[in-house]
Design a protein around this ligand. Sequence first.
Ligand code: NAP
Length: 313
Amino acid sequence: MTELYDSIITGGGTAGLTAAIYCARNGLRTLVLEKSAPGGQILNSPEIENYPALPHISGFDYSMALKNQAASFGAEIKTQAVLSLSLSGQNKIIKTRRGEYEAKTVILANGGVPRKLGCPGEEKFIGRGVSYCASCDGNFFKNKNTCVVGGGNTALDDALFLANICSQVYIIHRRNSFRGDGKTVAALEKTPNVTFLMNSAVTEIRGGESVEKILINQNGEARELNLSGVFAAVGQAPETGFLAGLVALDAHGYIQAGEDCKTSIKGVFAAGDARTKPLRQLVTAAADGAVAGVAAAEYIAKNWQGNAVQMGK
Ligand code: NAP
């Protein structure tokens, strides 16, 4: 006999854990399946500056508070990767390596994975000089030359963080202006060991056992930089490959769902960065979690007899 939950949430980031709070507070038996540590992409951010009323909180503290809040309302949180889903029936079936679960509703809150640079040498040197997490790996590059690729807030924050550890930090961005905050750009401009390489793209990563140099194209001219670490911060891609053929995805792999978080399948909702939406922020992920959690409770109240679900605020 598999266990029947009211709602199973795949992904324990901001969207998934907020959905868990709303599901559990609405009296739903709720399970969150997260493949690694709760918190998602924000877990390793040194500081979050743009979440309302929490001006300076670390990603770790924020993630732990969110996880504890969801658990305090009775949501179960298990560290298990989803292997397969069957979503078309009234009972949704989710398989992990440790077991099989059934649920009346599923909330897909899988978030994203780091986007790759796509240049020769990148795959070969992952873990040997190529990293997607400055706060995780920065200390391996103490007093060494590194670069950060990207022009968003992650790249800018990563460069500031690495400038305290590394001898030299190059910021390599494909445009001549940044999309990240001007305040951080101003701080970087005042940091002596940071060099901006604008209108530039990494064309190859080279080395022996580990990264030794990169080739870049700057304004059409080829250049070489001797460095040991390449931190790619070029955004995220949705982690939805396993959903192909199960729910409607757009051309970029995002789950097609509007602001009501309803997907193409009844009883299945999408929340957070994996959903088609104009702005991917913590606060919009949290908003999706709330909408999806309440929508799941409403769906059960309408479609499952004998479930008198009390709708919360
Ligand atoms: P992002 O804002 O999507 O920025 C990605 C950057 O990578 C862009 O500058 C983009 O260039 C560049 N890029 C994309 N694909 C590329 C490729 N193949 N090669 C080279 N460059 C490429 O991603 P993010 O910086 O991870 O931020 C995600 C969200 O989290 C944002 O909303 C951000 O504000 C937020 N965030 C906030 C904080 C904070 O508040 N402190 C910290 C981190 C992140 P283009 O500009 O040319 O598109």
